[in-house]
Design a protein around this ligand. Sequence first.
Ligand SMILES: *[C@@H]1O[C@H](CO)[C@@H](O)[C@H](O)[C@H]1NC(C)=O
Ligand SMILES: *[C@@H]1O[C@H](CO)[C@@H](O)[C@H](O)[C@H]1NC(C)=O
Ligand SMILES: *[C@@H]1O[C@H](CO)[C@@H](O)[C@H](O)[C@H]1NC(C)=O
Ligand SMILES: *[C@@H]1O[C@H](CO)[C@@H](O)[C@H](O)[C@H]1NC(C)=O
Ligand SMILES: *[C@@H]1O[C@H](CO)[C@@H](O)[C@H](O)[C@H]1NC(C)=O
Ligand SMILES: *[C@@H]1O[C@H](CO)[C@@H](O)[C@H](O)[C@H]1NC(C)=O
Length: 492
Amino acid sequence: MAESRRRMATVAAALVLLVVAVAAGLPAAAALGVNWGTMATHQLPPGTVVRMLSDNGIGKVKLFDADPGPMDALAGSGVEVMVAIPNNMLDMMTDYGTAKDWVRQNVSRYNFDGGVNIKYVAVGNEPFLSSLNGTFLNVTFPALQNIQRALNDAGLGDTIKATVPLNADVYNSPADNEVPSAGRFRSDISDLMTEIVLFLNQSGAPFTVNIYPFLSLYDNDNFPLDYAFFDGTSSPVVDNGIQYTNVFDANFDTLLSALAAVGVGGLPVVVGEVGWPTDGEKHATAAYAQRFYAGLLRKLAANTGTPLRPNQYIEVYLFSLIDEDAKSVAPGNFERHWGIMRYDGQPKYDMDLTGQGRNTALVAARGVQYLPRQWCVVNPNAPDMSKIGDSVTYACTFSDCTSLGYGSTCNGLDAVGNASYAFNMYFQVQNQVDGSCDFQGLAVPTAQNPSTEACNFTIQIVPSPAGRRPGGPVATALLLLLLLLAVLQIAP
Ligand SMILES: *[C@@H]1O[C@H](CO)[C@@H](O)[C@H](O)[C@H]1NC(C)=O
Ligand SMILES: *[C@@H]1O[C@H](CO)[C@@H](O)[C@H](O)[C@H]1NC(C)=O
Ligand SMILES: *[C@@H]1O[C@H](CO)[C@@H](O)[C@H](O)[C@H]1NC(C)=O
Ligand SMILES: *[C@@H]1O[C@H](CO)[C@@H](O)[C@H](O)[C@H]1NC(C)=O
Ligand SMILES: *[C@@H]1O[C@H](CO)[C@@H](O)[C@H](O)[C@H]1NC(C)=O
Ligand SMILES: *[C@@H]1O[C@H](CO)[C@@H](O)[C@H](O)[C@H]1NC(C)=O
């Protein structure tokens, strides 16, 4: 009796602790992940980023490669890491020896006390995206098998799982019955997807999916706006008596139906990317992003799960941590504005990662070093403005002008403001070096901030030597282009 009363007291105390911890938001914040992409011309030092993660209680991070800069900075932090093999290396990984080498150099190397807490290896990044035209269809599954085998052979297979982050376009429900329960893998890849999910199930690895309500809205003019968010909708999707009020749940459950249809309905699912951009398109605004994350984070913190997997924790990696001004804009101008932080690690809007909807800001990156406070603008005394169009085109070719487009924060500038914006972006990307704010006398540096209420003329951060691999693909491409332009003598 006394014993059982003591046990009850212990259980009660544990429950109180749990409630306190939940109220303080600790488990939710610790369980949250972010994507850390590095396609930026100027990167925060990796150590600064890792500190920002811990300052914000972010316990998981997903990378797009195995760059030693971020990996070394993550060592000893305790942050759980999904390290990645880029698509262009998948072909090599179809050779087991190479896969084994990769695991040794990029996983085992960090597996020591005080090393990197690697949880997953991402094999490719959305390799079956329709727009990739099937380029990686033949290599992804063999690469996945080889990497998991190499992890197993290295004695790491119990704790580190290989998975393939896939875009939600690998499954759908038929156009004449667009309900989650009708979800199946895309018909052109259904056999391959079936083999892959059976393999994941067998190795104890999760399915990793990227879900983008923003893109649902962007791709379809008739998409109901409020269905992209989490505050209810006037037009829910009704499926076997279940009311879906947001596309995230509907999409997630479409995947669960596709998995169930091939016999692995219980496979764990990780959301590898989900987020909302803040510029470059009419729905890409800070206000919408704030609304989206407020709803998502509230839902995650409450562990509501989805109708087909109710009351469950969902492992989620927000996309993305920081803006990346060197990403391809093929998907759209918004592509460089996915960060919950700006390029310099400053928060963009209020966001409560604990999901309690408090008006609180994320903790900014600390100790960020900026270039001098000077901007580049159109020279009011320019002798000849006739060639300004060519100069703007040049400036925008080598810097990020995506904020100038229709629906973007700087779209309201006049023609001179536009040109100034372009010149400044170029000047900052060039680290404000001598001659980078001239454009044949059309531009001039200024100490007066030309920003308007809606449009920020930025000052870049000091480039971090560890942040950018010398000879990375972007740097090399830029260098080659510059050389070519120099040869053709069309440089400004
Ligand atoms: C990862 O491993 C491969 C060897 O398979 C190596 O070439 C590469 O440099 C390593 N590091 C990164 C950052 O991928
Ligand atoms: C895929 O095909 C389309 C149309 O043929 C082409 O425009 C695009 O560049 C291709 N993409 C890739 C990644 O090969
Ligand atoms: C994949 O393999 C099939 C069959 O071997 C072949 O016909 C196809 O061209 C390959 N696709 C690619 C993208 O390599
Ligand atoms: C999935 O994995 C579990 C656990 O290993 C196993 O019992 C089950 O048979 C697997 N399912 C299929 C369809 O292979
Ligand atoms: C400024 O540039 C943007 C993007 O090129 C363009 O859409 C807009 O019309 C320009 N505005 C003016 C006033 O030239
Ligand atoms: C412009 O940048 C400042 C910080 O330098 C920031 O406080 C402000 O919110 C930004 N404004 C816009 C419209 O992005």
